[in-house]
Design a protein around this ligand. Structure first.
Ligand code: HEC
Ligand code: HEC
Length: 199
């Protein structure tokens, strides 16, 4: 992405995030998260291969992801039904609950050579400008450090194919220059990192 476009994109990040908010309730979020635990783990640390962890995600990111599943901008046959009947207040409570849960490393094997190649690509393609240096995420940008390897690969392929239901198109744009080998290496790099919670 050319530098001017990148600066514009980063500026947009601060504009799009505004949500209709009431004070979100973490305890209510814990109760409302019970049906989600079967797949995402009781505290948002998923253990099923291919299933995203939600622990330590920025609240804005989770809230927007749920809105997109509810209104059909983002579609998944397994996940979409669980967002269909959530109210805005439910989403706010769930988002602050997951943001407050410490993310843990997932038990997965990564390829060290691919991770090293991915590290260079992450700098080259400015992934760290939006996802932060430690890839812990911010605002509507998700934490990708320590996320499930298969999920990371699947999502990058979907952004590249322009089918991911991206919130404002920034990530779809960022994925366009990536080759299949780049995606593979970047996925191993992200999966290899210790997951730090977003600020
Ligand atoms: C039966 C399993 C299942 C249940 C239960 C479930 N989900 Fe999901 N969830 C998924 C799958 C699968 C995905 C990945 C979808 C995709 O590939 O786009 C997902 C994705 C998500 C994402 C996007 C994560 C990311 O990093 O992109 C969020 C947020 C989410 N779920 C929240 C919830 C919440 C909140 C609940 C409970 C109200 C819930 N899920 C219940 C299976 C489930
Ligand atoms: C201009 C800002 C920006 C840049 C640069 C960027 N991203 Fe993203 N990324 C985002 C945003 C915003 C999202 C959430 C998009 C959505 O709504 O689906 C995202 C989502 C993702 C996801 C999906 C994670 C999940 O849990 O759903 C992955 C994986 C990812 N980015 C990896 C990368 C990689 C690798 C690079 C570098 C090649 C990169 N990003 C560059 C802003 C950016």
């Amino acid at each position: 992405m050319p530098p001017s476009l990148l600066i514009l994109s980063v500026l947009m990040l601060t504009v799009v995030g505004a949500l209709p908010v009431r004070a979100a309730d973490l305890e209510a979020g814990r109760r409302k998260a019970e049906p989600c635990g079967a797949c995402h783990g009781a505290d948002g640390n998923a253990t099923i291969v291919g299933m995203p962890s939600l622990a330590g995600q920025p609240a804005w990111f989770t809230h927007w992801a749920l809105i997109k599943f509810r209104d059909g901008r983002r579609k998944d046959p397994v996940m979409s039904p669980f967002a269909a009947n959530l109210s805005d207040a439910d989403m706010a409570d769930l988002s602050v609950y997951y943001a407050a849960q410490p993310p843990r490393r997932r038990p997965q094997v990564v390829d060290a050579a691919k991770a090293a190649a991915g590290k260079e690509l992450a700098t080259l393609h400015h992934c760290t400008s939006c996802h932060r240096g430690d890839l812990s995420g911010q605002n509507q940008v998700p934490r990708v450090a320590g996320q499930d390897l298969e999920y990371l690969r699947k999502l990058l392929r979907a952004y590249k194919a322009q089918t991911a239901g991206d919130l404002e198109g920034l990530m779809t744009q960022a994925a366009q220059p990536l080759s299949e080998a780049d995606i593979e290496n970047l996925a191993h790099f992200m999966a290899s990192l210790a997951p730090a919670p977003a600020p």
